[in-house]
Design a protein around this ligand. Structure first.
Ligand code: GDP
Length: 461
């Protein structure tokens, strides 16, 4: 068997598995055309023009048996997604036809691609940088139009462009420092120190601005983790349904029937909300229910936002008070449900239990007041944040972590200068900052990181 190398020809099914009109099996590598040609009849794929789609039959070259009637796209390097030769075979949809075509390619010289390997090759061959690769993944996973738009902007390379610009500035300063170290007789030391100080400050400001975009970026990308908390029967499942405009959680009038944590996505003016309906946090003997209660507490811990639900048709009780206390340090919206029923909950008592929050009265069942919740969510998370659909936005924890480290390195530069440390030590911190920024775009990213990152992709991408 031939030795497996990083650049052998890979193949995978690039469309979701299931019944559909067509599926696409993709090949990439310098043998892509040769392998595809070996398994097709009635056409010589080595002779067709690049970027054309061709009618053919896939056969098993050993038995000469027909496998599927297909359309084959041939795209020759370098103008392809991976910058390698790519062949895409449009097969009939369904698992059998698609799988048989893939198996035939694998028996005739191709290797099964790892998840994300096509995109990894695009990166390794210099077609895209790491932030763009991440945005490919984000586009696939985008849950709302706004999130998709943001990912699309990133695919343009706006973040990478900005980062490269900062790195270039650092490089210029470092070059100046070098001159100073090599030719100290020119007495440029003070100038170099001033320049270092000034640049460290400027770049640090730019990084601060970028960091500010992170919460928006991450929320758009991953959704705002929202826990719906309240005692049994208060209307949590009904609110989940009202917010997600779908019937998903089972609504019953037996207290404690939402036994598990139910998750649902909702789209609030383009903000994806990852809603978690909890079993209600209350003491229970029931083992199954206890499991739900534990998970509810965990959901509460992880939540970015809590929708704290009270029942307007009942008096505030110990459970309500306990939950109000438990959620007091969270970003929360207090909601009084069942406003369509006679109201007995004492507003005065409630006001004594909460800070300056303004409770919102709703009827989850009658879909009343839901828009007020939506407005409040926007207020809480996006007030004052420019909607940055056109600019560079930090979209994940990896980028954010690196930016924070880079900023720390710049703080170290500034402290070093203040403490009159030798300039070559200050230079180390500046170089460190340059490296950290390079990790964001992938220019100085370690191999393990790259492998780890692409392994999160789906197969065939
Ligand atoms: P959960 O246990 O907190 O998830 O509560 P559910 O959503 O299952 O609701 C419990 C009961 O309260 C069901 O019978 C719902 O129909 C009812 N309910 C929920 N919201 C409202 C509302 O706004 N008004 C009225 N009248 N009933 C409601």
């Amino acid at each position: 068997m031939a030795e497996i190398t990083e650049f052998d020809t890979i193949a995978a099914i690039s469309t979701p598995i299931g019944e559909g009109a067509i599926s696409i099996v993709r090949l990439s590598g310098d043998q892509a055309v040769a392998i595809a040609n070996k398994v097709t009849r009635n056409i010589d794929l080595t002779k067709v023009a690049s970027h054309t789609i061709n009618y053919a039959h896939v056969i098993d070259p050993q038995t000469q048996q027909d496998i599927d009637e297909v359309m084959v796209s041939v795209m020759l390097a370098p103008k392809t997604f991976t910058r390698e030769d790519i062949v895409e075979i449009n097969t009939h949809g369904g698992i059998m036809a698609t799988n048989s075509v893939l198996q035939t390619l694998l028996s005739n010289g191709a290797r099964l691609a790892e998840p994300g390997e096509f995109t990894k090759r695009a990166f390794l061959n210099g077609r895209i940088d790491l932030t763009q690769a991440e945005s490919v993944m984000d586009i696939i996973r985008a849950k709302t139009d706004k999130a998709r738009q943001q990912a699309l902007n990133q695919l343009d390379g706006s973040l990478a462009h900005l980062i490269r610009n900062l790195r270039q500035q650092i490089l210029e300063v470092l070059a100046q420092v070098e001159v100073n170290i090599d030719y100290p007789e020119y007495d440029t030391e003070q100038m170099t120190i001033n320049l270092l100080q000034e640049k460290a400050q400027q770049i640090s400001q730019k990084i601060t601005d970028l960091i500010k975009t992170a919460s928006e970026g991450q929320i758009l990308n991953h959704g705002l983790k929202t826990a719906i908390i309240g005692k049994p029967n208060v209307g949590k499942s009904s609110l989940l349904n009202a917010l997600s405009h779908q019937q998903r959680a089972i609504v019953t009038d037996v207290a404690g029937t939402t036994r598990d944590v139910i998750e649902q996505m909702a789209n609030i003016n383009g903000i994806p909300l990852q809603l978690v309906d909890t079993a209600g946090i209350h003491a229970t003997e029931d083992k199954v229910e206890q499991l739900g209660v534990d998970r509810s507490l965990q959901a509460l811990d992880n939540a970015d936002l809590v929708l704290m639900l009270l029942d307007g048709s009942r008096h505030l009780d110990d459970q309500d008070l306990k939950l109000l206390q438990l959620t007091q340090n969270k970003k929360r919206i207090i909601i009084i449900n069942k406003m369509d029923l006679p109201q007995v909950l004492s507003r005065q008592q409630l006001t004594g239990e909460i800070n300056k929050e303004q409770p919102i009265a709703i009827s989850a069942l009658g879909q009343q007041g839901i828009d007020q919740i939506e407005q409040q969510i926007e207020q809480l998370f996006f007030a004052g944040v420019p909607t940055s659909t056109n600019t560079a936005v930090v979209t994940n924890a990896r980028q954010l972590g690196l930016l924070k480290q880079a900023q720390q390195a710049l703080t170290d530069v500034q402290t070093g200068i203040q403490q009159q440390m030798p300039i070559d030590l200050v230079q180390i911190d500046m170089t460190n900052c340059w490296n950290l920024l390079g990790e964001i775009t992938g220019e100085s990213a370690p191999d393990e990181l790259i492998t780890e990152l692409f392994s999160q992709f789906c197969l065939g991408k």
